[in-house]
Design a protein around this ligand. Structure first.
Ligand code: MF3
Ligand code: CO
Length: 249
């Protein structure tokens, strides 16, 4: 199957991506001290229903949640729970994927709740900068390794590390399509980028070492050293001269 999308496919993916970001922004406005991640999940269910989309994550390889909500040392795939309260000072990363008429959109952001330490703010800023640097390399003629290298270089300049166990990915008629888009790598290597490919680029940035562990729930990835982690993601379209962020409003 070609990694290059047709105009018709792009039209639908575009809608999925816009809805995905709209819901994430709305959830971001509602995040606050005292709210549980289970409550945030309920809100997401409502917002998805209203907009005629469903979760891309629920049931994916048996994943039980609608969203992934990963707090502080949790890196990705945190399962929402009515027992998990959000506190002041928390870094709350919310990852959302939606399906619209069979087409997928995927994005994530890390929200700062209440009084957050300068070190944690810097971590989130580094993640955003890395995502931007990666997106900047998503142009025809470049290779996946150019994206990967730009992300890694940006993160390491801050003295932070990029998670190696999880990657970005192609996306379209399924959540995960080729090519894989690692967050570390070698410029000039990997799959050649072509116009009309759609990629989800998603750096995960750790304050300490890049090593992660999976908790006994079988999903939640945490930093091995329990340092803080931030995760941001956009779905982008490779155009002839630049990458267009489809999960932008
Ligand atoms: N954004 C993540 C990804 O694309 C979220 C996947 S969560 C899962 O890999 F539950 F679907 F696995
Ligand atoms: Co993704």
């Amino acid at each position: 199957m070609s990694m290059v999308k047709t105009a018709e496919e792009i039209m639908q993916i575009r809608i999925a991506c816009r809805i995905c970001r709209e819901i994430l922004l709305e959830l971001g406005r509602r995040i606050g001290e005292g709210l549980t991640t289970g409550e945030l999940e309920e809100q997401a269910a409502c917002l998805m229903k209203e907009r005629g989309v469903r979760s891309a994550f629920k049931g994916y390889r048996g994943y039980p949640g609608i969203l992934c909500i990963s707090i502080n040392e949790e890196v990705v795939h945190g399962i929402p729970s009515p027992r998990r309260k959000i506190c002041s000072g928390d870094l709350v990363s919310v990852d959302i994927g939606v399906v619209y008429k069979g087409y997928y959109g995927d994005c994530a952001d890390t929200f700062l709740v209440g009084e957050v330490s300068p070190a944690r703010k810097l971590l989130v800023a580094a993640a955003h900068q890395a995502l931007e640097a990666g997106i900047g390399k998503a142009v025809p003629g470049n290779r996946v390794g150019d994206i990967s290298r730009a992300i890694q270089e940006t993160v390491e300049k801050f003295g932070f590390s990029v998670v190696r166990d999880f990657s970005g990915h192609g996306i379209g008629r399924s959540l995960h399509e080729p090519p894989e888009v690692p967050n570390f790598g070698v410029a000039g290597h990997g799959h050649l980028l072509e116009e009309n490919m759609v990629l989800a680029i998603e750096p995960m940035v750790n304050e300490g070492s890049w090593a992660v562990q999976i908790l006994s729930d079988g999903w939640t990835a945490v930093t091995a050293d329990r340092s803080c982690s931030a995760h941001v993601e956009d779905t982008v379209l490779v155009r002839n001269d630049r990458a267009e962020i489809l999960t932008a409003i």
